[in-house]
Ligand binder design. Sequence first.
Ligand code: HEC
Length: 125
Amino acid sequence: MPMLRRPTTTAIALLVLSGCEPGVTPAPSAANAASPAQSAALFLEHCAICHGEIGDGHGPRRGSLFRKPPDFRDLGWRAGKTLPELRAIIRDGRRGTDMPPWRTLGEPAIAGLAEHVLWLGEALR
Ligand code: HEC
């Protein structure tokens, strides 16, 4: 199983900018977003089965999916993706594919998951 690490560069930059002591968890970027740790746990709980723990699109269910999940680490996929756009698809799902709506998780979780999806591309390459 790959090691899942928090975004060290971002964390260090935030710590430096905020003058925090090492060990203090940096605040998530969206005011109402779930924390990075909560979002990582939610991703493993609800999303990894299709998207893979590292977001490469190779979760255990990939074989049975009609449209395959994208590789979140792929620069081509990431190009132009915005957080509002990612929140919308996580909230509403994508009709005609196996991507389900996650509205019931609530907005803070959805916002945190959108950040986590982008973070996967930054941290795991
Ligand atoms: C049952 C399988 C399944 C689960 C569970 C699932 N997804 Fe997906 N997801 C997909 C598939 C398949 C696609 C590709 C849809 C398409 O081809 O447009 C997708 C697409 C996406 C996309 C956007 C793709 C794009 O190109 O715009 C995001 C973001 C995403 N999923 C996030 C999540 C998150 C976050 C969770 C957990 C809360 C989750 N997914 C759970 C199957 C799944």
